[in-house]
Design a protein around this ligand. Structure first.
Ligand code: HH2
Length: 336
């Protein structure tokens, strides 16, 4: 089976035969056909079979009230003592609320609340402790701010309480493979989901990860998880996909996925990407301190947006939003 990586363009003047990517405004006339064990082949859009072409081009439905006619930012709010870059900063609901308000005012479209670090080597947090961390924060933000909240959890018990408390999306870094009750719960409650690829669990995932073909392996995993979620009753148009940068991946794996990221549009879902402050940014960008990795994170994020990625998950909302405004102004030759 082949998959198609659209070669995405953005100029307002489009040639005849250009196909809108995910409903526009980006478009493509050619794609790379990727097949296991073969070299990529350049094909025209007209050579892509109807089914994959329809998935590449269809508009994406809004999810949790967020539309995908423009790039969106998901602000990260970790309510953990040990997250790799913002651990311990937002432990108290009042601190989390201040951070949430600032992210919202500075350009976040959605906030992702997490009570369990999934950095490499992290240990599992007991359900009750995870709930005690996230629930007061979700309550405090929901009472004051009007912004969709995502719960970053692998566990049905945590998701259930977070959704009842006002969260609007379930973001599972284990791709709904950790807790068999999570997908049926989301289906029952009609909750949208973000399904991310990870190889192994956080405790061991960076111990020599290997792939047959990293792009196609991650693609096939996400395709299988979409099928399983739909089978469990989750609406297909309420699924976001994420290749899971840094989760069981070497730097070379991360770079290959990022270089080819537009291939994931072939899954027919909005694509979310989390590169913010991750280790490869520090290594390639010569920035050993995680909090100093905004420039590299933004550079990688903008490159992904140029390939049509719909949502960036970021720590540095204000800096990313500023970069995004300028990037779009120049791309579209328009001040606003
Ligand atoms: N990365 C992290 C956590 N959740 N969710 C999605 N969908 N995609 C990601 O890339 C992703 C994620 C890890 O980053 P962070 O939350 O900053 O750190 P920690 O896991 O240490 O809390």
């Amino acid at each position: 089976m082949s998959v198609y990586r659209p070669l995405v363009q953005s100029d307002p003047t489009r040639p005849a035969g250009a196909v809108l990517l995910a409903g526009g405004p980006l478009w493509f006339t050619h794609a790379e056909r990727l097949t296991r064990g073969s070299r990529p082949e350049l094909v025209t859009a007209a050579e892509i079979p109807p089914e994959p072409l329809a998935r590449l081009s269809a508009s994406r439905a809004p999810i949790a009230g967020v539309t995908f006619d423009a790039p969106r930012l998901m602000g990260i709010l970790n309510v953990t003592p040990d997250s790799f870059s913002d651990g311990g900063l937002h432990h108290e609901p009042t601190d989390a609320l201040i951070a949430a308000r600032e992210m919202m005012e500075r350009g976040a479209d959605i906030l992702d609340i997490g009570g369990e670090s999934t950095r490499p080597g992290a240990l599992e947090v007991p359900v009750n402790q995870e709930i005690q961390r996230v629930l007061p924060v979700i309550g405090a933000i929901g009472a004051e701010l009007s912004i969709p909240l995502s719960i970053d959890t692998r566990k049905a018990a945590v998701a259930e309480i977070a959704l009842a408390g006002g969260a609007a999306l379930v973001n599972d870094v284990a791709g709904f493979t950790f807790d068999p009750d999570l997908a049926p719960l989301c289906a029952r409650l009609g909750a949208p989901v973000c399904v991310m690829h990870a190889l192994g669990d956080p405790t061991t995932m960076q111990h020599d990860p290997r792939y047959d073909d990293v792009v196609l392996d991650v693609y096939d995993f996400l395709q299988a998880r979409i099928d399983a979620l739909v089978e469990a009753g989750v609406a297909r148009d309420q699924i976001i996909v994420d290749p899971g940068i840094g989760f069981g991946k070497t730097i070379a794996h991360n770079l290959t996925l990022l270089h080819n990221v537009s291939v994931f549009h072939g899954l027919g879902c909005p694509v979310l990407l989390g590169v913010s402050r991750k280790r490869f940014i520090g290594v390639i960008g010569h920035a050993p301190i995680a909090a100093e990795r905004a420039p590299g994170s933004i550079a990688v994020g903008l490159a992904a947006l140029a390939q049509g990625v719909q949502i960036l998950r970021v720590h540095d909302v204000a800096a990313t939003a500023q970069a995004l405004r300028l990037w779009r102004a120049v791309r579209d030759n328009k001040e606003k």
